[in-house]
Design a protein around this ligand. Structure first.
Ligand code: SF4
Ligand code: SF4
Length: 229
C-alpha cells in the first residue's frame, strides 16, 4: 500500500474510533488536559500525518517545542502492541513498562487546548474516562473500551508495519526532517536509532473471550475500510 492509501486508511480508522467514543458516557471535555502528558506514544504513520498537517497549516513552530523537549525524560516504549501480543501467545517473557511513565505535559499543548486536535494520534484519542480524572487522580475505563483500544492500536501498527513506533516527541522529532519524511514516503526507512522501535504486522488479536461478540461490529467496520478504499 502506498503512503496516500495508508493515510486514507488511518483517517477512516480514526473516524470509526471517534464514532465509537461518541456513544460512550465519558467525562472528557474541552480544556480537560490531564491526559495530555509527555508519555503519549504513536506510530510513524501518525507522526507523518501530524507533521504534514503542522507544515501545511502554518504550525511548524510546534517543531521547536518538540526540539526543546528532547533532553527531558519521557516514556519511551521498548515493545509495540503487536510484538507484545506475539510474545504473549508464544508464552515468552516481556518487560513491564508501566513504571517508566514520568510527570510532564505534552509539548504541543497550548492554552489548555491541543493545536493539532484534528490529527492527534490514536494514543490521545483513546484516553477516555468515566469520571473526571482531576477529581480522583486516575482515569476509570471500562474493560470493553480497553479491549477496543488494544484492537485499534494493533490495527494502526499493522497498517504501518514497515514503520516504527515511539514517544510522540521522538516520532515528531524524526518527522520534522524533510529527508526522513521523504524516505518514509518512499518506504526506505532504515532503523532510525532515535528511540523508535520497529512495528509488526498483526499475528494474533488480543481480544478477551468475553468481548469477542460485542466487538464484532467494530471489527467488521475496520475490515470494511480497506475494501471501500
Ligand atoms: S481522560 Fe481524564 S484527563 Fe483526559 S480528557 Fe478525559 S477526563 Fe480529562
Ligand atoms: S497531541 Fe494534543 S491531544 Fe495529544 S497529548 Fe498533545 S496536546 Fe494532548
Amino acid at each position: 500500500m502506498d503512503l496516500n492509501s495508508k493515510l486514507a486508511v488511518l483517517d477512516q480508522i480514526y473516524r470509526v474510533y471517534d464514532e465509537f467514543v461518541a456513544n460512550l458516557h465519558i467525562a472528557c471535555k474541552k480544556y480537560c488536559t490531564g491526559c495530555c502528558t509527555c508519555n503519549v506514544t504513536m506510530t510513524t504513520l501518525e507522526g507523518y500525518f501530524m507533521a504534514k498537517h503542522m507544515i501545511s497549516y502554518g504550525k511548524s513552530s510546534l517543531f521547536e517545542n518538540i526540539e526543546r523537549s528532547i533532553p527531558k525524560r519521557r516514556f519511551q516504549p521498548q515493545t509495540t502492541t503487536n510484538r507484545l501480543a506475539d510474545l504473549c501467545i508464544r508464552g515468552k517473557d516481556f518487560m513491564k513498562e508501566e513504571n517508566d511513565y514520568v510527570n510532564g505535559s505534552c509539548p504541543l499543548l497550548k492554552d489548555r487546548l491541543c493545536p493539532v486536535y484534528q490529527v492527534r494520534p490514536f494514543g490521545c484519542r483513546c484516553f477516555v474516562s468515566k469520571h473526571d480524572c482531576r477529581d480522583k487522580g486516575y482515569a476509570e475505563v471500562d474493560s470493553f473500551v480497553l479491549s477496543v483500544n488494544n484492537l485499534f492500536l494493533q490495527v494502526i501498527e499493522h497498517v504501518d508495519s514497515q514503520g516504527f513506533s515511539g514517544n510522540l516527541i521522538d516520532v515528531l522529532k524524526f518527522m520534522a526532517s524533510k529527508k526522513n519524511r521523504h524516505n518514509y514516503k518512499m518506504n526506505r526507512l532504515e532503523n532510525p536509532d532515535t528511540g523508535l522501535i520497529p512495528n509488526l504486522k498483526i499475528k494474533v488479536l488480543m481480544i478477551p473471550p468475553e468481548h469477542r461478540v460485542k466487538i464484532k461490529p467494530i471489527l467488521n467496520a475496520l475490515q470494511r475500510i480497506k475494501r471501500d478504499l
